[in-house]
Write a protein that binds this ligand. Structure first.
Ligand SMILES: [Zn+2]
Length: 346
């Protein structure tokens, strides 16, 4: 079993960034399911203690990202616009997708702080793997909020690893059902491997992610888009993952891998309409666990990304974390019960 840092702040459960209000329940629901299936200590046990040590997930509370950290990636103007949106308490932070509200700046700082904490723990060797359920805000660009994403937490964390740990070979594997356009744009000119598997075509948001967008300058050849059709099933998805993602990671030889889990690729998601079942999330987690073991001593920073059907999001997270912690071998009773659960919309 591998200890996995589970980053969580109570503010995560208070409100999310999306307009899909019912999706905000996913944080508390996900944490409760992780407790119910024995991955995370019950609320009555505070970690780390001797009695908590038999659980693979160790819960840690992040602090807020600072201006200095955010400004490594974003413009002062964007930070100011979010500050003003927070003060105003209404309207939007962008073109009409991402709401402004009192407290949004602190919540955004805590989302980024969760991913920078996860990345520092893994890069520093305290944990081999970590998960931030509030991370994966991959639509945020240098000077633009978009798609429920104020700041791009993964790229802020990459800047931390580059400057504090001298880590050059960083890979991002983005399995969210939407293209990781902000992450791509921020890293397009750099030899950081960015991979995104996403629904593409039919004017599907954010309309980017073409397969011939491969990077530019020093980043040429380091951006890989794997476009998917609506209702892409497990078999097709895994075949494409094995065809494109596995050899790209093997060639690149990363020092650390960021994974955007992307529960909105699940077939029950009301926004994306890809066709994955929980068995695909199990298979993907097994592949990523094996690849990171082989390539970078297991170093993986996972972040949630989207997911708008809370019960399914919680199950995706549990399957992913039960797998990358190696707590659930094939046939484990909690795993089997989840894999057999029905896909009714919640
Ligand atoms: Zn998404």
């Amino acid at each position: 079993m591998i200890d996995v840092a589970f980053i969580y702040h109570d503010a995560y459960a208070e409100r999310g960034f999306s307009r899909v209000q019912r999706s905000w329940a996913r944080y508390a629901l996900g944490r409760r399911l992780l407790q119910d299936v024995g991955l995370l200590p019950p609320a009555s046990i505070s970690s780390p203690t001797a009695s908590a040590s038999r659980y693979p997930l160790v819960e840690l509370c992040p602090g807020p990202a600072t201006d200095g950290e955010i400004l490594r990636v974003h413009s002062p103007g964007l930070l100011e616009r979010i500050r003003l949106g927070d003060e105003r308490g209404e309207g939007f932070l962008d073109y009409g997708d991402t709401p402004a509200w009192h407290g949004v700046l602190r919540r955004a700082r805590l989302a980024v702080g969760g991913t920078t904490l996860a990345a520092r723990l893994v890069a520093g060797g305290q944990f081999r793997r970590a998960f931030n359920p509030a991370g994966g805000l991959h639509h945020a660009r240098h000077d633009r909020v978009g798609g429920f994403c104020p700041f791009n937490d993964v790229v802020v964390a990459i800047r931390c690893l580059q400057s504090e740990f001298g880590m050059g070979r960083v890979a991002v594997v983005d399995l969210d059902g939407h293209h990781g356009d902000g992450t791509e744009a921020l890293l397009y000119d750099e030899p950081v491997l960015t991979i995104s598997m996403h629904r593409y075509g039919d004017r599907f948001y954010p309309r980017t992610g073409a397969p011939d967008d491969v990077g530019r300058g020093a980043g040429f050849g380091f951006n890989l888009n794997v476009p998917l059709e609506r209702k892409t099933d497990d078999e097709t998805y895994l075949r494409l993952f094995d065809r494109w993602v596995v050899p790209a990671l093997e060639r690149y030889l990363p020092s650390i891998v960021f994974v955007v889990v992307g529960a909105d690729s699940h077939r029950a998601d009301p926004l994306v309409h890809l066709g994955l079942s929980l068995r695909a999330f199990r298979a993907l987690a097994l592949r990523l666990a094996r690849l990171t073991e082989e390539l970078c001593d297991g170093r993986m920073v996972a972040v949630a990304g989207g997911g708008y059907s809370p019960a399914h999001v919680a199950r995706c997270w549990a399957v992913f974390l039960g797998t990358i912690s190696e707590a659930w071998p094939s046939g484990d009773k909690h795993l089997a019960a989840l894999l057999d659960s029905v896909d009714e919309s919640d």
